[in-house]
Design a protein around this ligand. Structure first.
Ligand code: ADP
Ligand code: MG
Length: 246
């Protein structure tokens, strides 16, 4: 069953008065509970796609269904409600440096109508899930990159979302820490059944984590299917892309 269904998604920016087409009709189907990979070079449109899904970015045409809800049709209030079902993690962590780990994780609960008397329990539970129980009083500045990303993941999960969008979550990390974070995402997926959209320019991260993937090039999905199939027998454009830098 598909959880995230995108049809003909289009997005352009106006740059110096000229239209720049960044998403040129994206079709994507991500099944409930899977870890689905999207790979593409820098500038391919990956982050724009991620931001369109929760409407941090507007789109020009197409449809986006998340868990059966038509995201693009929602009014402001309904959108705020639906956004809680979508967690997001970023390459540069986007943490609040002046807040402790505890208060970074608590932030999404503090700004929603989550019951105040249940915040602590939920934060402690989420911190435990990502292995940060002993770092709750630390500030981001005193953490390693991997620990910072664990805070980012905890903050993304604290509302118990159904979909986690990981936008280059491991791209700032060394190889060993990357594996630890990928293992954590796999474990969270296995335990909770959360659907994960793993966006990255790192082939190894996709190969390690996903069964299915799409290849995004200049705003177009040039190939999608099983990871094994695409790696073993890429279409010519994908093969050329893989050979370049990945
Ligand atoms: P990726 O995440 O794959 O590196 P992005 O989605 O960040 O790609 O960017 C895709 C293209 O859209 C790039 O050419 C980028 O410069 C452009 N772009 C992204 N955001 C904006 C914006 N807010 N205004 C203008 N152009 C943008
Ligand atoms: Mg990006």
């Amino acid at each position: 069953m598909s959880y995230l269904e995108i049809k003909n998604l289009q997005k352009k920016f106006i740059v110096h008065g000229e239209p720049l087409e960044v998403l040129k009709g994206i079709d994507l189907d991500v099944n409930q509970g899977e870890i689905y990979g999207i790979i593409g070079f820098s500038g391919a449109g990956k982050s724009t796609l991620a931001r369109c899904i929760n409407r941090l970015e507007s789109s020009d045409a197409g449809s986006i269904m998340v868990g059966g809800v038509d995201i693009l049709s929602l009014d402001k209030k309904a959108l705020l409600q639906e956004r809680r079902k979508i967690g997001m993690v970023f390459q540069n962590f986007n943490l609040f440096d002046s807040r402790t780990v505890y208060r970074n994780i608590a932030y999404p609960l503090e700004i929603s109508d989550f019951p105040k008397d249940q915040i602590k329990e939920r934060v402690l539970e989420t911190a435990k899930l990502v292995g940060l129980s002993d770092k709750l009083d630390a500030y981001p500045g005193g953490l390693s990159g991997g620990q910072k990303q664990r805070v980012g993941i905890a903050r993304a999960l604290v509302n118990k979302p159904e979909l986690l969008i990981s936008d280059e979550a491991t791209s700032a990390l060394d190889p060993q820490t990357t594996i630890q974070i990928l293992d954590l995402l796999k474990e969270i997926n296995r335990k909770s059944g959360i659907t994960i959209l793993m966006i990255t320019h790192e082939l190894d991260a996709i190969r390690y984590s996903c069964n299915r993937m799409a290849v995004l090039e200049e705003g177009t999905i040039i190939e999608q299917g099983s990871v094994a199939g695409i790696f073993n027998n890429p279409k010519s454009r994908t093969g050329a892309l893989f050979a370049r830098v990945f």
